[in-house]
Design a protein around this ligand. Structure first.
Ligand SMILES: [Zn+2]
Ligand SMILES: [Zn+2]
Length: 127
């Protein structure tokens, strides 16, 4: 199975993950927006037990963004890398943090699409 690797902005937090990526999707909820500073975040899920934190920073810092969810970021650069839901066997990783994000194409699901700003439209190219 192919490895996927990625990192935060500065590289202090790096990860390598194996297994099948699932549920690549977009989310424009207010929590994702405020967490990332962007109108929309692209996410993909992997089995949490197939992920290794390989950077010198080890695991990312975690912010409890809701009762069930912690969001991981780099304590040095603030780069946003993951979300972990309590009791869930997958980890959500930000597609944009992968070294090669090209095979990770969001599906039709755009969670909270109505919360995206009206000037922002997303077209997903599939070729
Ligand atoms: Zn960083
Ligand atoms: Zn969201």
């Amino acid at each position: 199975m192919k490895n996927h690797e990625g990192q935060c902005l500065c590289g202090h937090i790096r990860f390598r993950v194996e297994g099948r990526p699932t549920f690549p999707h977009l989310c424009s909820c207010r929590t994702c927006q405020r967490w990332s500073g962007a109108p929309t975040v692209a996410w993909v899920e992997f089995p949490i037990d197939r992920l290794v934190w390989t950077g010198e920073g080890g695991e990312p810092a975690l912010y409890q963004s809701s009762q069930k969810t912690r969001r991981g970021f780099c304590p040095k650069c603030g780069g946003t890398v993951c979300a972990i839901d309590e009791g869930y066997d997958k980890i959500s990783l930000t597609i944009a943090s992968f070294d090669d994000a090209s095979p990770l194409v969001p599906g039709k699901q755009h969670s909270y699409g109505k919360q995206a700003p009206p000037w922002w439209s997303v077209t997903i190219r599939r070729d």
